[in-house]
Design a protein around this ligand. Structure first.
Ligand code: NIG
Ligand code: FE
Length: 414
């Protein structure tokens, strides 16, 4: 069966023409085609171009969608989430409104450790179910690939259980899932006085178990003051790489302790957050070809500084944006909302925000050869929006304009 998406009012291809990402001024070039047609077969994009140039006789057995009222974009790639967890932290939201900071709340036993307590007592099935609820809603809001991190178990059993739940979602959910192992998300309470023993546990026991069973594609560390030092992070990343995992890093979120410098030194795929990145860090990321994943929802939700998106883009760093969906620092998965915040607070243009959420976000999970743009040969992950033009998507906030979701060539029913 072929699927023909016809007369698309405006098709935003985000084409990269064989490159892995669009960088610098190219972030503003979305490869827009007015009144376009896309032909899909066996989940892949087979033809893209102006409707007038499509020759219908090339394909029989056609299911047609009339998209004359819609704008089409590639499905969003949310390259940084913590969407599998138990419990919730609305109490901290209230505390911040009364003036407490994220760090003060964490130091008082809240923060990540509060979600760890709830997650440790949840079953694999419960974790899977809570993740699936988020993934269902994310698909409905135009996201078709999601990276998911562990990091709320912080013990051998609970971290493995989280990775099993993430693996179940990867197997069973329509969403494409990128599994990331993040056992170094915080120092577990039992190791408070001996963090090195926890690092040894990760390197000697957890990593071999996860790597042998191919339960994770990426390994990530929260390299931050009060969490894991640059030296500890370097040892963890080195061990993970020896086990064949690809690398990511939470870098420069609360303070600049050298995490983005380490990200470049280790040539990690992406360095995420970067709210406090310094000039050297920017230069090093550019030279290393590391993707900078910015998380506008975190700065918005916590009332923190925003990452210097303009400087990063103008310096030629590959910039992506992601939601960071998690119960502590960003209770939203809406990529259109992240784009709005990126435009209003970080002064990215709507075009840059779209590039950062599609082709460049695909590069952040090393998938820009298969997803992230509407180009021949790529997965047919295509979203139709009930809007007059693409600028309208970040222009509205708090409204979902998704009309239809096509995931690997299948039109989903909600
Ligand atoms: O990316 N920074 C570390 N991890 C998350 C926050 C996790 C939490 O507060 O539960 C983040 O912001
Ligand atoms: Fe995070």
């Amino acid at each position: 069966m072929n699927l023909l998406i016809q007369n698309i009012r405006q098709l935003v291809t985000c084409a990269a023409y064989g490159r892995t990402a669009n960088v610098g001024p190219a972030m503003r070039n979305l490869g827009v085609i007015e009144n376009a047609t896309v032909l899909v077969n066996e989940g892949k994009i087979r033809w893209v171009g102006p409707a007038a140039q499509f020759n219908e006789s090339v394909a029989d057995d056609l299911e047609k969608i009339d998209a004359s009222a819609f704008v089409a974009l590639p499905g969003f790639v949310d390259s940084h989430t913590h969407c599998v967890y138990a419990g919730s932290r609305e109490n901290e939201f209230g505390m911040r409104a009364e003036g407490k900071s994220y760090t003060e709340i964490a130091d008082a036993g809240g923060g990540i450790l509060s979600t760890v307590r709830a997650t440790r007592s949840a079953t694999r099935k419960e974790l899977k179910k809570s993740g699936a609820r988020h993934l269902d809603a994310m698909l409905q809001h135009g996201t078709t690939t999601v990276e998911i991190k562990s990091g709320y178990g912080l013990s051998e059993d609970a971290e493995i259980r989280m990775m099993e739940a993430i693996g179940d979602l990867a197997q069973e959910h329509l969403m494409s899932v990128v599994p990331t192992f993040l056992p170094a998300h915080a120092i577990p309470p039992e190791y408070r006085d001996d963090p090195e023993a926890y690092i040894a546990l990760i390197i000697d026991r957890m990593l071999p178990y996860i790597a042998k069973r191919k339960m994770a594609e990426y390994f990530d560390v929260f390299c931050e003051r009060g969490y894991f030092s640059v030296d500890q992070t370097r040892r963890l990343l080195t061990a993970a790489r020896q086990h064949g995992l690809k690398l990511k890093l939470h870098a420069d979120e609360l303070a600049a302790i050298g995490a983005s410098h380490l990200a470049a030194e280790m040539r990690v795929t992406s360095a995420d957050h970067l709210e406090h990145i310094d000039t050297n860090g920017i230069r090093l990321l550019k030279e290393a070809g590391t993707v900078g994943v910015l998380l506008p929802g975190v700065s918005f939700f916590l009332g923190h500084a925003y990452a210097p998106a303009r400087t990063l883009i103008d310096a030629g760093v590959t910039v992506a944006i992601a939601s960071d969906l998690n119960p502590g620092s960003c209770m939203s998965f809406s990529m259109p909302l992240m784009m709005t915040i990126a435009c209003t607070q970080m002064k990215m243009t709507p075009e840059e925000a779209i590039t950062a959420s599609t082709i460049n976000a695909a590069a952040a999970v090393d998938r820009s050869h298969v997803i992230g743009s509407i180009e021949v040969g790529k997965d047919a992950d295509i979203i139709l929006y009930d809007v007059p033009n693409y600028q309208t998507i970040p222009y509205f906030f708090g409204t979902n304009h998704v009309a239809k979701v096509i995931k690997r060539g299948t039109l989903l029913e909600f």
